[in-house]
Write a protein that binds this ligand. Sequence first.
Ligand code: NAD
Length: 430
Amino acid sequence: MSSVFVDALNRLDAAFEHAQIEAESLERLKHPMAMMQVSIPVRRDDGSLSIFQGYRVHHDDTRGPTKGGIRFHPEVDMEEVKALALWMTLKCAVMNIPYGGAKGGVTVNPKELSRLELERLSRGFVEQMADFIGPDTDIPAPDVYTNAMIMGWMMDEYSKIKRKHSPDVITGKPIELGGSLGRGDATGRGAYYCIKQLEQKRGWDPKDITVVVQGFGNGGQAAARLLHADGYRVVAVSDSQGGIYKDSGFDVPSLIQHKNDTRRLAAVYCEGSVCEMIEAETITNEQLLALDVDILVPSALGGVITAENADKIKADVIVEVANGPVTSDADATLNERGAFIVPDILANAGGVTVSYFEWVQNRQGFYWELEEIHRRLERIMATEFGHIYDLAQVCEVDMRTAAYAHALNRIGGAIQAQGTQRFFANHTGE
Ligand code: NAD
């Protein structure tokens, strides 16, 4: 087993002590329900054939159909997908949305594919998985290096195979194809709502608070944009090529505009469509993680803060927009120092929550206003942040352990409602 899945299991064990869940129910959660691996043949533009490996794991469906994104990345493998699927089960339980957990992926570097090749791969994934996904069984969504357009292709392919318009088979679609308003920035927005809760508890004045964001994609950009709009000082951001640092803070909308126009991260200030370079330091991703700031928002890949570099991390608060950015052996070092970690299964759960709203709207054929999406998302994030914060205080544990325990309580309740040994060994018939 790779460490990422073992990591996830370690954390389940740690939370078990603080949760009202029977050992037998916990054991069930350690074994994914079903795992599918497929080979996807893709005709390349030059006429040659490439074959890619695709994965989908259903982790647990006790609380509802399984739900989770599809990742296109060269390092995707079954062990990673298993861990990500387990986190989805926990995340849906944390947010109290009626889903279980799943995840999918393809081992591919999408940057090496043309747009037509990418479309063929996306449709090929669905062709192979059409009986493993479905609106009532397993509903995918975007993740790293997959986006709304890819979700639209996948929905279209599924609808063709089933000969039935099926927008509810996948979420994160373009608005024009049945996507929800507010899904685009939901992951970063959810993290932002968590920070707003902390702001109230700690009496922060945003202009005194410095923020760095690792990974300037969907999640990272939205979190940076909303925090900047509230007056927070976003002093560094990065992407896979490296980072930029400016002590007085960046104008985040300019960075986003330039990144989206050119696909490059650069220190710029834009007025209208004209962007000018401004002075800033170029830093590596390692340096960025070690900056002495108030809030660190890892929003790229998992496993970036490990036992090796945990003692270099100086941020007081870490808000995990990425899935699994901190490994379990780094937790102890960070907790000892008193770092406050808002764990991934809470901090990035805004994405799956608005995905759920999208699915609900697709099924009822009635679409909500953006304000309604934001209002509902904020209410759920604030409520669950509050529950986890309080549980952490009562049990005297960190936020991650409390979030896991909170999720286990909900999943345990559902599993145990169907009976465990405690029920079945008692033959009185009551
Ligand atoms: P994305 O593809 O939009 O963006 C990823 C960003 O990370 C890009 O800017 C990329 O350049 C950067 N990156 C890649 N490798 C890097 C590296 N080694 N160092 C620094 N930056 C690097 O992806 P996303 O959807 O924003 O997802 C980012 C993270 O958030 C992932 O861990 C994902 O699982 C998690 N997440 C995303 C969603 C969602 O709705 N998109 C929901 C929950 C969790």
